[in-house]
Design a protein around this ligand. Structure first.
Ligand code: DX5
Ligand code: ZN
Length: 221
């Protein structure tokens, strides 16, 4: 199974985003955390900043919308040229319509679940998605510890994804590091967000390669 590392720039130098993205050429994409201080108690940046980043980099842009009213805003990020748009199901009244609107713009549609949100109610709509993001921390801040109680949900989601017969990526976000990536990979994740682990490393690009190698190793067992 291909293992993808999509570092989050949340804890990088936010005044120099394109420079920070250029430091991780080995990454499979860059994870951009959009926060509105409503859906989560923190605020980062929005559409104009993502549009500017799009002008500056060819990198695969993996947008994680932690915003209320996701249905209203998600398609605009696809229109801005981002390759993947993730909206939270807890912030969406019409997840199927929103996923279809994202795909209609040519982007990958992805849906995120907070740690306490079960996957089972959404089993029948997985075919509408290109990725499922399972949060391994409560969203809002970098530098938190993985909640191991999410591991069984990663396993159940992997089983549900298998039944679709489609190549739906399974991403985890929050607390991913050299210490924790193995158990997430063993449980069935194939796409990993790592923020502080990558940007606090002396050589962020080497950390990306080390994380990927460890995930690949974990899956061989
Ligand atoms: C948290 C964000 C994450 C965060 C991850 O709500 O969605 O993407 O940046 O940071 P670390 O890897 O430090 O937990
Ligand atoms: Zn995120």
């Amino acid at each position: 199974m291909a293992m993808r590392i999509t570092p989050s720039v949340l804890n990088a130098d936010l005044s120099n985003l394109s420079g920070e993205i250029a430091r991780i050429p080995s990454a499979d994409g860059v994870h951009l955390d959009v926060m509105d201080n409503h859906f989560v108690p923190n605020m980062t940046f929005g559409l104009p900043v993502v549009e500017s980043i799009r002008q500056r980099t060819e990198a695969f842009l993996d947008i994680h919308l932690m915003i209320a009213n996701a249905d209203r805003w998600a398609p605009a990020y696809a229109e801005a040229g981002a390759e993947s748009i993730t909206f939270h199901v807890e912030a969406s009244d019409a997840p199927i319509r929103t996923a279809r609107e994202i795909r209609a713009q040519g982007a990958r549609a992805s849906m995120a679940l907070k740690p306490a949100t079960p996957i089972e109610p959404y089993a029948d709509m997985l075919g509408e998605l290109d990725m499922v993001l399972l949060m391994t921390v409560e969203p809002g801040f970098g530098g938190q510890k993985v909640l191991d109680l999410v591991l069984p949900k990663i396993r159940r989601t992997r089983e549900l994804v298998k039944t679709t017969g489609q190549d739906i990526w399974l991403q985890v976000d929050g607390g991913v590091s050299l210490e924790t990536i193995e158990r997430c990979a063993e449980a069935g994740a194939d796409t990993f967000v790592a923020g502080s682990a990558v940007y606090s490393a002396g050589d962020p690009d080497q950390m990306v390669r080390d994380l990927r190698e460890r995930a690949v190793e974990a899956c061989r067992h």
